[in-house]
Write a protein that binds this ligand. Structure first.
Ligand code: THU
Length: 283
């Protein structure tokens, strides 16, 4: 697989390895030999993609990605010579913005846009509902196959999130849970890097119980802190997912707060408050 990245385009080596894996999967699933396939990639500014969109698609606005396929029909290409599939153009500023909106990493968004575009180069489209369903399913399959599931976290955040989970686990030792016996701990990461922990505090009148997440929020807010990046939730059974009330309380401080739970194989499962509480109540 040959991905020719424009020399002025800055693409990290981490992203490049995801692009390679994704393109190889996409191409070989179509019966093409990846070693013969070339795709070119250019990363541009908002002004540049706006201009390209206007020139080539007669659409006068900024967009996230543009695809310029070389072939209308790949069914009759020769599978023993180099196949230049076409060009992918991604706007990194829009990718950054969308990553924030969707509450996932820039890396995931960038690779997703590339996958979407490569599928266009391979002849997929999303004009009709059934085509769109098929294209989305292919995108999801490719993203999952390269490990960029919805909970993907870039390497630099992964250590921090592990540390946050460790603090949540440590805190759970102080949980007051004589009724359920479920000792939950939470660790809330503030924007300034400080970590506030909390535990569940049960009550004989069960409804008066406070969850670990809200107890961490109460500590942080009492300390004057209002801006948060992430919260890790630990429970011994590994299943703790913030309850509805905690989701609403966290939403008060931002839908983009990452929510970290234990995942499979010792990993972490990362979502966001907005993902866990779509269309939550705000004033
Ligand atoms: N609990 C939490 O602290 N956080 C959650 O995310 C879910 C549930 C607590 C509340 C109660 O003390 C116990 O778990 C069983 O419901």
């Amino acid at each position: 697989m040959n991905i020719i990245i424009d020399e002025n385009s800055n693409v990290s080596s981490e992203i490049q390895s995801f692009l390679m894996a994704a393109a190889e999967k996409a191409v070989s699933d179509e019966g093409l030999d990846p070693s013969l396939v070339e795709i070119s990639l250019t990363v541009v500014s908002e002004e540049e993609i706006h201009e390209l969109n206007r020139m080539y698609r007669d659409t006068d606005r900024v967009t996230d990605v543009l695809s310029f396929p070389q072939y209308d029909d790949l069914s009759d290409v020769d599978n023993d010579e180099v196949i230049a599939l076409g060009d992918v153009v991604i706007c990194d500023a829009v990718a950054h913005r969308q990553a924030e909106e969707y509450g996932h990493s820039y890396e995931r968004e960038f690779v997703y846009l590339f996958v979407h575009s490569v599928l266009h180069l391979l002849g997929y489209d999303h004009m009709e509902a059934d085509e769109k369903r098929e294209m989305r399913a292919r995108e999801e399959e490719i993203m999952n196959s390269i490990g960029l599931t919805r909970g993907f976290t870039p390497a630099e955040d992964a250590d921090l999130f592990q540390e946050l989970m460790r603090r949540a686990e440590e805190a759970s030792a102080n949980s007051y849970a004589p009724y359920s016996g479920l000792h939950v701990g939470a660790a809330l990461l503030a924007e300034d890097g400080s970590i506030y922990t909390g535990v569940n505090i049960e009550n004989a009148s069960y409804g008066a119980t406070l969850c670990a997440e809200r107890s961490a929020v109460a500590c942080a807010v009492s300390d004057g802190c209002r801006k948060f990046k992430a919260i890790a939730v630990y429970s011994p059974d590994g299943k703790a997912s913030p309850c509805g009330i905690c989701r609403q309380v966290l939403l008060e401080f931002g839908g983009d707060i990452k929510v970290i739970q234990k995942g499979d194989n010792g990993g972490l499962h990362v979502t966001s408050v907005a993902e866990l509480l779509p269309e939550g109540f705000v004033l």
